[in-house]
Design a binder for this molecule. Structure first.
Ligand SMILES: NC(=O)c1ccc[n+]([C@@H]2O[C@H](COP(=O)([O-])OP(=O)(O)OC[C@H]3O[C@@H](n4cnc5c(N)ncnc54)[C@H](OP(=O)(O)O)[C@@H]3O)[C@@H](O)[C@H]2O)c1
Length: 277
C-alpha cells in the first residue's frame, strides 16, 4: 500500500474507505460491512466516517467491520460543528467511541466550521488527545483563511490533516490552499474522489481507461494517488467496487495522459471560494 506521512511522521494508507451514505438503517448493511472488510483485507485500512453519517449508523457499521482488526485500521471520524464546543467535543467523542466499539479514534476532525471559535474546538481536541481518546486531530472543509486562524491558535500547529473536496473536476484548492498545507507537511484527504460517480462517464477519463484496459474510476483515483501528500477515500458499498478501486494503485499515468487530463480538467487560474459538498 502506498502511504502518506502525517506531520509527526506516522504513515497512513494513501487509499482508504469512505462511509457516507452507509449504515442508513435497514439499507444493505451486510453488504456494506462486507465491502469494508474486503477493503481492510486489501490494505485500505484507513476508514473515514463521521457522527453525521447515517445519524451514527455509519460509525456502528465501521464498528462491525473492524471487529478483530482494530489494531490494523486507522479510524477517522468527525464531530459536527454544533458539537464543537470544548465540552461538546468530549461528549461527541464518547458517543462515537461507543458506536465504533473502540477506546480511541486515530484521527478526529472538525467536519466544517460553525459558530464555535476554532481555538475552543482545538482546546477540546488537545484535551481528548491527552486523555488518549484520540491520537491525532484535524479539520475538514476549512479554507486558507480558516487554516491561518488554526495555525495562529495555541496548539494549532498540531493539525494533522485537512479533508477537502478534491478530484479531477474540483481542483480549486491547488491555487493556494494545497501549497500552504504542503509547506507544513499537512496531507489533503481528498473526499468525493469520484465526484460521487459523476466523473466516470467523462472524456478523456473514459478514453484513457479504454486504451489501458482499466476503468474510469481507476484513472480518476490514480490521478489523485500520483499527487504528493494526497489521501483518497472513495466510498464503495460493493465488493466489486472495492476491488476495482484498489486496482487504481497499479495504474501509473504517463505524462501524456496527465496532460490530456489537464487539458479537460485544468488546474485553477485564479482564487475561488472553497468548494464543498
Ligand atoms: N468531509 C466532508 O465534508 C465529506 C463530504 C463528502 C464525503 N466525505 C467522505 O468521503 C467519502 C467519499 O466521498 P463520496 O462518498 O461523497 O463520493 P465518492 O467516493 O466520490 O463516490 C461514491 C460513489 O461512487 C460509487 N463508486 C465507488 N467505486 C466505484 C467504482 N469503482 N465504479 C463505479 N462507481 C463507484 C459508489 O457506489 P457504491 O456505493 O454503490 O459502490 C458511490 O455511489 C465519503 O464516503 C465520506 O467518507 C467527506
Amino acid at each position: 500500500m502506498k502511504t502518506v506521512a502525517l506531520p509527526g511522521g506516522e504513515r497512513v494508507p494513501a487509499l482508504g474507505l469512505g462511509t457516507w451514505m452507509m449504515g442508513e438503517r435497514g439499507t444493505h448493511e451486510p453488504e456494506e460491512v462486507a465491502a469494508l472488510e474486503r477493503g481492510i483485507e486489501l490494505g485500505m485500512t484507513l476508514i473515514d466516517t463521521a457522527e453525521m453519517y447515517g445519524d451514527g449508523g455509519a460509525e456502528e457499521l465501521v464498528g462491525q467491520a473492524i471487529k478483530g482488526n482494530r489494531n490494523r485500521v486507522f479510524i477517522v471520524s468527525k464531530v459536527l460543528p454544533s458539537n464543537a464546543s470544548r465540552t461538546g467535543v468530549a461528549a461527541a467523542c464518547e458517543r462515537s467511541l461507543k458506536r465504533l466499539g473502540t477506546d480511541r479514534v486515530d484521527l478526529y476532525l472538525l467536519h466544517w466550521c460553525g459558530s464555535v471559535p476554532l481555538a475552543e474546538t482545538i482546546a477540546g481536541f488537545v484535551a481528548l488527545q491527552r486523555a488518549g481518546k484520540i491520537r491525532h486531530w484535524g479539520v475538514s472543509n476549512l479554507d486558507l483563511g480558516e487554516m491561518e486562524q488554526i495555525w495562529a491558535s495555541p496548539d494549532g500547529k498540531g493539525c494533522a490533516v485537512n479533508q477537502l473536496l478534491y478530484n479531477l473536476g474540483r481542483r480549486g484548492i491547488e491555487w493556494d490552499l494545497m501549497p500552504a498545507l504542503a509547506k507544513r507537511g499537512i496531507p489533503v484527504m481528498a473526499y468525493s474522489p469520484l465526484e460521487q460517480g459523476r466523473l466516470l462517464g467523462k472524456r478523456p477519463l473514459t478514453e484513457i481507461a479504454a486504451a489501458r484496459g482499466v476503468t474510469a474510476a481507476q484513472v480518476a483515483l490514480a490521478w489523485l494517488l500520483q499527487r504528493p501528500g494526497v489521501i483518497a477515500i472513495p466510498k464503495a458499498a460493493s465488493l466489486a467496487h472495492v476491488a476495482e478501486n484498489h486496482g487504481a494503485l497499479e495504474v501509473a499515468l504517463t505524462p501524456a495522459e496527465l496532460a490530456a487530463l489537464d487539458s479537460v480538467f485544468p488546474p485553477p487560474r485564479r482564487k475561488a471560494p472553497l468548494a464543498m459538498l
